[in-house]
Design a protein around this ligand. Structure first.
Ligand code: TSX
Ligand code: MN
Length: 636
């Protein structure tokens, strides 16, 4: 069956900003309802009952089907049968192959041109440019946020989406970020022509028709995704992975709660619930509604005495966030349980004034290389079944392979950004409250980065405001792999640089505004597992030993006296206060030192960064924190 071409109107661009791709308004809908349904009537519905969708979802689906002209519609329901049906089809086609050493694990290889998030093609679309980016100094390219005008978006969409699903099935994925119906949760509906995306969304989000029942009063985020390769395909499809790398576009319309993604089937480009929705769009919703959408893990830490604390932590990439979220403590009697490894949605309770956090995701989409029984046994246990591996290598025995695994296998090709997608519920140390719709109460927020020099293992910030300032100054060492620039320390404010949904100055102001009478503000810390000696050796063993740092943090939360030494940047542990039982050779002085020369130079660099990048948008209280800290450093 195919679409009757006579029923397809050529796509018309509307003037001045309003893309004609806008969904039909509720008022206008009844007029054209018949037309839309008639058009849809010629489209086979491969699964699901269109008429059972809530009217606003019907309008969304019908309008976008008319635009993208798929050969049929498949309404996902999240059942096991659905997953089997799609997996079988993909295995038959060669897009997926079973990893025979495990139960229900599959491997998938992408087109080598489609292997990572594409920041340069990711845009926020707002009428006012300065709703997206800061008023940077003249000639300075904004580092956070990438703005496109609504008019330009119309042009870009009009040249990509009409007819882009020709010959393909359009999958309708109803999903919830957070437990379905929970007070902190949000609904999305993603349209996609990629069944890999369907399978991945089923792991990473909660895909179910139940979301339609809770759509009554609330709205949903509209997610439109296409691999951008209508049939008949003119290019060669590599690895059975359709994509259109030259035409990639990922655009967000925060006021409309809408996401358009074209040309890539990979990760954050195509699993729109994750970075696009749960961070970029959600941070906008959070600002409007008074809560927080952050790039943070959530962990529960239980001390030998049985008391538990919850910690949220933000790190730039390549700092081992997933490893920390599933930490195996080396100190006896301690227990860590994982609530989430990437994103935290947090809101202050009106009842007890504490900050409650949920993990909006349902799975882990982790970097595979470096993940092993040694570095993260709990992650390894999590992906033994029902997982999808993308761009990893496969051994002759039907096992996954990448660097860092126990057995060294040569000549196996995996990509450095290869990934596992695994259901969170399979994690042996997943927290019993990980799906509590109310969330868990956060006692401390940790920022961190890869800082080879100058930055102590841990320090406590002086106040909520000083903590925000410290988060705004977050930096981390990166390997500029492709450019062969070697390693360099880059700014990644709040670990949100690639995920900022709006003007970073306004984001900082939002954090400031969160401090209100009656609220119990979490204490804010900064950690650095990656400080090196003059000889280039790591000064801290890291991994499971990091529990010793968390022990100190919790003692500080408890108000234990005499364990902190004030410095210009915050409070570091006194030498005796860090539990080093059974650890030899840690050079504590070197690890904890706050060198004046380093921080004086850093103060200048940071001031330059905040002045040129945030400019007038930098809230006065943060500017004040910056000036106070510079003074303290100069007085050292
Ligand atoms: O994840 C890491 N964490 C956090 C763990 C809970 N990694 C890996 C980062 C890449 C994703 C680390 N690497 C950590 C760390 O705490 N620390 C280091 C640096 C390091 C590497 C090797 C050693 C020590 C430190 N090896 C020995 O000391 C023998
Ligand atoms: Mn992340």
């Amino acid at each position: 069956m195919s679409v009757d071409p006579n029923l397809l109107t050529p796509f018309k661009k509307t003037p001045a900003g309003e893309s004609s791709l806008r969904e039909i308004s509720a008022d206008a809908y009844y007029v054209i309802n018949e037309v839309v349904v008639k058009r849809l009537g010629h489209l086979p519905i491969y699964k699901g009952d269109f008429h059972l969708l809530p009217p606003k979802v019907q309008r969304f689906v019908a309008e976008k089907a008319e635009l993208m002209r798929p050969r049929g519609i498949y309404i996902c329901d999240g059942t096991e049968h659905e997953s089997e049906e799609i997996v079988d089809k993909l295995v038959e086609r060669g897009m997926l192959s079973p990893l025979k050493a495990y139960h229900n694990n599959y491997i998938c290889r992408t087109d080598p041109k489609d292997v990572a998030r594409v920041e340069s093609k990711t845009w926020m679309v707002t009428n006012d440019k300065y709703d997206t980016v800061c008023r940077t100094a003249e000639g300075v390219e904004p580092l956070m946020g990438h703005w496109m005008s609504p008019n330009d978006l119309s042009t870009e969409l009009d040249s990509r989406f009409p007819g882009c699903m020709a010959g393909r099935i359009m999958y309708v994925i109803p999903f919830s970020m957070g437990p379905v119906g929970g007070p902190l949760s949000k609904i999305g509906v993603q349209l996609t022509d990629s069944n890999y995306v369907v399978l991945s969304m089923r792991i990473m989000t909660r895909v179910t028709h139940e979301v339609f029942d809770v759509l009554g009063n609330s709205d949903f985020t509209r997610c439109i995704h296409s691999v951008g390769l209508p049939r008949p395909v003119k290019q060669r499809v590599i690895n059975h992975w359709p994509c259109n790398p030259d035409r990639v576009l990922i655009a967000h319309r925060p006021p409309e709660r809408e996401i358009w993604s074209f040309g890539s089937g990979y990760g954050g480009n195509s699993l729109l619930g994750k970075k696009c929705f749960a961070l970029r769009i959600a941070s906008n919703i959070a600002k409007d509604e008074g809560w927080m959408a952050e790039h943070m893990l959530i962990m529960g830490v239980t001390r030998p005495c049985g008391q538990e604390h919850f910690i949220a932590a933000a790190f730039p990439s390549a700092c081992g966030k997933t490893n920390l979220a599933m930490l195996e403590p080396t100190l006896p009697g301690w227990k860590v349980r994982c609530v989430g490894d990437d994103i935290a949605w947090m809101k202050f309770s009106k009842e007890d004034g504490r900050l409650y956090a949920i993990n909006p995701e349902a799975g882990f989409f982790g970097v595979a290389p470096g993940t092993s029984k040694k570095t993260n046994p709990m992650a390894v246990a999590t992906f033994q079944a029902n997982s999808i591996f993308t761009n990893v290598a496969e051994t002759a025995d039907g096992e996954y392979y990448w660097e860092g695994l126990e057995d060294e296998v040569k000549d196996k090709s995996y990509h450095p950004n290869s990934r596992f997608a695994a259901p969170a519920r399979q994690c042996p140390i997943i927290h019993p409250k990980w799906e509590d719709p109310q969330g868990v109460p956060i006692d401390a927020i940790i920022f961190g980065g890869r800082r080879p020099a100058g930055v102590p293992l841990v320090f406590e910030t002086n106040s909520w405001l000083h903590g925000i300032y410290t988060g705004a100054c977050l930096k981390s060492e990166t390997t500029a792999a492709a450019e062969h620039k070697g390693k360099s320390v880059m700014h990644d404010p709040m670990a949100m640089r690639p995920f900022m949904g709006y003007n970073f100055g306004k984001y900082l102001q939002h954090w400031i505004d969160l401090e209100q009478p009656g609220r119990i503000m979490p204490k804010i810390y900064h950690v650095n597992w990656f400080r090196k000696s003059a000889e280039g050796k790591f000064l801290w063993p890291g991994y499971g030993e990091n529990i010793r740092v968390i022990d100190w943090i919790i003692k500080r939360l408890d108000g234990v006296e005499g364990i902190g030494k004030e410095t210009a940047i915050g409070t570091v542990p006194t030498p005796e206060s860090l539990n080093l039982d059974g650890l030899d050779g840690v050079k504590l002085d070197e690890l904890m030192s706050v060198p004046k020369e380093y921080w004086a130079e850093d103060a200048v660099e940071v001031k330059n960064f905040l002045t040129t990048q945030v400019g007038e948008d930098l809230p006065a209280p943060i500017r004040n924190e910056m000036e106070q800290q510079e003074k303290r450093i100069n007085d050292m």
